[in-house]
Design a protein around this ligand. Structure first.
Ligand code: CDP
Ligand code: CDP
Length: 221
């Protein structure tokens, strides 16, 4: 049996992975996997249970026993809709810390692979092309200048009515980038066979088109 095709989109925070992954999936009629959500759900479950972010065995147990359900735009943790809650900065920071634990990554591996169903999957994260779907049909590594990313994040927050200081965002973003690229297990890095795409000066539509063009060439070599 041949597995369904996968397009992986990895890259640093606010490079546009999530937005672009959803639009590419929509254009192809495929499903999406927001793998970061699984790390955020693990973080939220751990926070709710009062587990310390430094307690690797305890956080790994939380990941192993995670009771989650994805339903379109909704995400449920133990039956409760937590779509908004998992987007909190504190949850993202906790997620980025515990994502360094091999036991947590191992616990989430098969859960991510289960999203690979016909007609296809667009998966976004940090290690989709390197670890989770090493045989993906197309691997994209989406990058953007850190200042462009901080400005995008600030705009996103302002639209939600949250004021944000660019210098604080830049500092947090550099910290998150360093933690994601320097960890020993599944660090953020392009797969050897990834297409590196710099979206600093591209609109969302241009970025989506570039990926669909890559896919066209990959599907019709
Ligand atoms: O929105 P943002 O890009 O900041 O984060 P996210 O994609 O929601 O992921 C939250 C955290 O989970 C990231 O900072 C990563 O450390 C971690 N993560 C990971 O290690 N591997 C993935 N495949 C996805 C996320
Ligand atoms: O998933 P990731 O953290 O990589 O990024 P995102 O949440 O998809 O995108 C962060 C913000 O940048 C969103 O508000 C996007 O609309 C915006 N964006 C942009 O302005 N230009 C792009 N080429 C890509 C994303």
């Amino acid at each position: 049996t041949s597995l369904a095709p996968v397009i992986t989109i990895d890259g640093p925070t606010a490079s546009g992975k999530g937005t672009v992954a959803h639009r590419v999936a929509k254009a192809l009629g495929w499903a999406v996997l927001d793998s970061g959500a699984l790390y955020r759900l693990t973080a939220l479950a751990a926070i709710n249970r009062g587990v310390d972010a430094a307690d690797e065995p305890a956080v790994a147990r939380v990941a192993e026993t995670l009771d989650v359900r994805f339903d379109g735009p909704h995400v449920y943790l133990e039956g409760a809709d937590v779509g908004h809650e998992i987007r909190r900065e504190a949850v993202g920071n906790f997620a980025s810390r515990v994502a360094a634990f091999p036991g947590v990554r191992q616990a989430l591996l098969e859960r991510q692979r289960a999203f690979r169903l016909p007609p296809g999957l667009v998966a976004d994260g940090r290690d989709m092309g390197t670890v989770v779907f090493p045989d993906a049909s197309l691997k994209v590594f989406l990058v953007a200048d850190v200042v462009a990313r901080a400005e995008r994040r600030r705009k996103q927050l302002i639209e939600k009515g949250i004021s944000a200081n660019l210098d604080d965002l830049l500092r947090d973003m550099r910290e998150r980038d360093a933690r994601d690229t320097q960890r020993a297990t599944a660090p953020l890095a392009p797969a050897a066979d990834a297409q590196v795409l710099d979206s600093s000066n591209l609109t969302i539509a241009q970025t989506v088109q570039a990926i669909l063009d890559f896919w066209q060439s990959a599907a019709n070599p």
